[in-house]
Design a protein. Structure first.
Lengths: 357, 357
DNA sequence: GAAGGGTTCTGGATCGATACAGAAGGAGGG
DNA sequence: CCCTCCTTCTGTATCGATCCAGAACCCTTC
């Protein structure tokens, strides 16, 4: 048995041309059933596993997989149910187009390695999820000359860029208004990416503009807009940065707010995962969510309903599906390549009116 | 600007040979710094993104990515923290070898599509996770002639197969013994894959042998072995199948046991995720875990500690790391390709002695 | 000044397939 | 009986890179 059977090996065995064997696999209607059968038989007998995917990709100019870029360690990427839902959406579309997902982990520490990873990825396009705008890997995806779709609306929208996102600040504004209407004035915000440093603890910022990460900035801007009607200004907010988007860090971050001498009556978290952590911290202190402290999240992951968390619902799976669709079958109409999905404020028991303390 | 710059484009622009440009990227020490700079400058100016990954893969004979096969929808795959940890381990090793992960979703419904997906995957090897032994995709991976590593010890061990697993039945046996020693005799088992059908509810089986899925079978065999010393036999066990490995299905499945007229005093779940669901069901009924009902899990995911769940610890991340290592750098020593990792019974508050009812 | 040893660069062969134009052969129509 | 059309198969060019043997050149060294 020769080391690696190729199309040619099979062709020689059957006594036909290489092209014919290729057709037997890729275009079955181009040859007689009888011959096709003989070819497949010979292939089986020779242990030929079918056309080599790499060679086929090179020739065809299509790889059959889309690259998904993640910041932060893979662990966090999959820890957020929101991310998992989004990914599921992408995978659903991918499956329809017979494509696989290539995970490209982008470490924040080693940007050079990240850029290399992007350059080495055999893909038909990139889906960028939660990668800060300034990360070199982002530019690298563009330099590949492949379709790129962002999972959020970028800060500055170029006409040819593809994205599927939501109006972050409008959605967050609804949260702010809701909380303000309930009478809350002493308010803390728990968020990751407030500062470049990966540290959990309170931070001071001059304003939302100081936040580099787009999504975070827009959500805080929205919170502020919603609260300002009630006279709550930026300097009134207690900002606590979380070193990661995880439940435990959410709880740690909440501690900085809850354990003060003048604790806030409401804590706005920038994701549900963080909010769940905040709830943990609240209950761990014997406080009642929605009565002693109001808590809000963002995303409406499945767990949010169970925890009675007031949050912003955004269609995560749908977002993923659309992102996949944009990549694998970009619409001709340029404007259809920029998708904004609707959001909805979901009021649950984790928020309530300020107690008359 | 020509449509797609290649190595040749750059070579022509600089006035050197194609090989030299290639070296500028892949073997920088093979040419003078001066020339290398000129080449990179020209490349940048022409918008050449570097060597095409697909073409490079074809020539090099190495793709730089490893395929991870999943059964069930992607959603479930990522929902189990155990799976995420395992994946993280694989990703860690992959990163060390400059490889990416290619997710190959294997639907159980459409086996033909699954086999096609395996044949089309450009990878250097396959990591098979939680795929039933009889699934055609498994055979497909082998036919590719690439290294394949299973994340569990297969039922029948062939000498050349690679795997990293645990002694499932021995680990489960420790659970059985622990529960028996606490005096439990009325015992329910909550598990997925007890039967081929995807349905949550009680099932009757002649014995462990009737279970087709290896891991499940071995764990149940272990439970039984641990319990048999106390006189508990197969027919004494109440088996409840879960339609999926998820927390909610765990809770639904538990209901079938807890709501009987003669409820079990102990519920053994085959994964922590299911066990968490069982605990949900227990507390939802106002019962106290470890007092009114003992509950055990399997895997020791992070949440297990928080829930005080008695379970079997297995090193998930380490398992992933080793799996990756076997794929990307297979040891010459054949016996080193079959790895069994240690497990440990972790006793927590979710199990306790039978109440003197 | 010829031999030996580096360094730097070149050219052709090659990886394993697919695309496409065209050849061979048989069927049907006028 | 010739011409056209269709089906079935072939051959060559090509996808975009890397490998490797060797050419060209400069430096030592005896």
């Amino acid at each position: 048995m020769s080391p690696k059977p190729t199309l040619q090996t099979v062709a020689d065995a059957v006594g036909v041309s290489r092209s014919t064997v290729s057709n037997a696999y890729s275009r079955p209607d181009q040859l007689s059933p009888e011959l096709r059968r003989r070819i497949h038989d010979a292939a089986r007998q020779l242990g030929y596993p079918g056309p080599d995917p790499t060679a086929r990709s090179l020739r065809r100019g299509r790889v059959g997989s889309i690259g998904v870029l993640f910041t932060s360690a893979l662990s966090y990427a999959f820890t957020d149910p929101y991310a998992v839902q989004f990914l599921r959406g992408v995978a659903e579309t991918a499956e329809r187009y017979a494509s696989n997902l290539l995970l490209v982990p982008i470490s924040e520490a080693d940007e050079e390695a990240a850029v290399r990873a992007v350059h080495n990825a055999s893909v038909d396009g990139f889906c960028v999820y939660c990668v800060p705008a300034w990360h070199g890997a982002l530019a690298a995806t563009r330099s590949r000359g492949l379709p790129v779709v962002a999972a959020e609306r970028p800060a500055e929208v170029t006409p040819d860029a593809m994205y599927v996102g939501i109006d972050e600040s409008a959605a967050a504004r609804a949260v702010g208004e809701h909380v303000a209407r309930l009478g809350h004035r002493r308010i803390a915000v728990v968020s990751d990416f407030l500062v470049a440093e990966r540290r959990t603890g309170p931070v001071a910022l001059d304003g939302p503009t100081a936040i580099r990460y787009d999504v975070t900035r827009e959500r805080l801007r929205g919170f502020l807009a919603g609260l300002s009607g009630a006279g709550v200004g930026w300097s009134d907010l207690l900002l606590v940065n979380a070193s990661a988007n995880s439940r435990t860090e959410g709880a740690y971050a909440a501690a900085y707010a809850l354990d003060r001498s003048d604790p806030p009556t409401a804590v706005l978290a920038v994701t549900d995962l963080l909010a769940l952590g905040v709830l943990d911290a609240v209950t761990a202190r014997g406080l009642r969510p929605g009565r002693d402290v109001s808590v809000t999240g963002f995303d409406d992951i499945p767990e949010a309903a169970a925890a009675a968390l007031t949050t912003v619902r955004q269609p995560a799976v749908e977002k993923g599906r659309i992102a996949g669709g944009l990549l694998l079958d970009p619409p001709d109409d340029g404007s259809a390549r920029q998708v904004l999905l609707p959001t909805e404020l979901v009021r649950r028991a984790s928020t309530g009116p300020v107690e008359g303390n």
